[in-house]
Design a protein around this ligand. Structure first.
Ligand SMILES: C[S@@+](CC[C@H](N)C(=O)[O-])C[C@H]1O[C@@H](n2cnc3c(N)ncnc32)[C@H](O)[C@@H]1O
Length: 279
């Protein structure tokens, strides 16, 4: 039984870090004209109304995208195009809509690219399906995203940007997603993978790092932004991304962009941009 709904969290600090990085990496991959597959294992509803009761209830976007939306003209490279895209879905006006990863991928898609989305929650799948069916070469499946990932790689395009963005509702999810990433990477070692993780209990992040090293993955860059230091209390204090096969421009962009983002969001915890596993 899935209870997580991304509408309560859309546009928060974790989304901003994840989506800015996703768009930055996609831009680099799209410098080549050859086709690219966007594969989203955990897609959510696709796009979010920030006036909806769930977004208003938590107000998380007010501590995330709201704090940087007005800065799109002077944002560092890591965030600039992403913020421009948020501006586009709001027609350049006040912020009332937030694009999830499916909407970003659909808008980034060129004619030669394909977008494949997985979502299990019935309500969010319905919304996702409406978004996908309105566009060419954007497909949504009501299916387990990790099984879908393993089944779909290597893709016929031979190039892929894969976002693995689970809700981590079960403690076992940390081990399951890292195992799935390792399995997918063995089948498709040249794919570019972005694996998102929450910082709730630091020992779980360490366990993921150990698992990725043990699986002998190569070229894994990590970006992390914490709003406070680690704590034993319940709740997410920060989030991070493991980027497998990152563009060579990502480390410098991350080291420029993360301090800017941390300052704008008023983050009191550390930020990190380093190689977990070198190239
Ligand atoms: C963090 S949200 C995704 C947000 C989205 N990637 C974005 O950035 O806009 C995680 C989603 O995964 C869905 N989900 C949970 N388990 C899943 C599974 N095994 N396969 C596919 N989707 C799943 C949840 O219903 C939830 O909508």
């Amino acid at each position: 039984m899935l209870s997580y709904r991304h509408g309560f969290h859309a546009g928060n600090h974790a989304d901003v870090l994840k989506h800015a990085t996703f768009v930055f990496v996609a831009d680099y991959l799209q410098q080549k004209p050859s086709p690219l597959l966007f594969l989203d294992t955990h897609a959510g509803a696709g796009q979010y109304d920030l006036d909806a009761p769930e977004a208003r209830k938590t107000g998380e976007f007010q501590q995330g995208i709201s704090l940087i939306y007005g800065d799109r003209a002077e944002a560092p490279t890591l965030l600039r195009h992403f913020l421009g895209m948020v501006g586009d879905v709001n027609a350049g006006g006040p912020l009332d809509t937030y694009p999830g990863s499916p909407q970003l991928a659909a808008r980034l898609r060129r004619q030669q690219d394909r977008v494949l989305l997985h979502e299990l929650h019935s309500t969010d799948y319905g919304r996702l399906e409406s978004l996908a069916s309105a566009q060419e070469k954007v497909h949504a499946e009501k299916a387990d995203g990790l099984q879908g990932l393993i089944a779909r790689v290597p893709p016929p395009e031979k190039r892929g940007l894969i976002l693995i963005d689970p809700s981590y509702e079960m403690k076992t999810d940390y081990a399951i997603v890292t195992a799935a990433l390792a399995r997918a990477w063995k089948k498709f070692p040249t794919g570019v993978y972005i694996l998102w993780y929450p910082v709730i209990d630091r020992s779980r992040v360490h366990a993921m790092e150990v698992a990725l090293r043990a699986a002998r993955l190569r070229s894994v860059f990590r970006l992390e932004l914490c709003m406070t230091g680690d704590t034993a209390e319940r709740g997410m204090t920060g989030s991070g991304l493991f980027v497998v096969n990152p563009p060579y421009v990502l480390p410098d962009a991350a080291r420029e962009g993360l301090p800017w983002l941390a300052a704008r969001l008023g983050a009191e915890g550390p930020w990190t941009a380093d190689w977990l596993i070198p190239e």
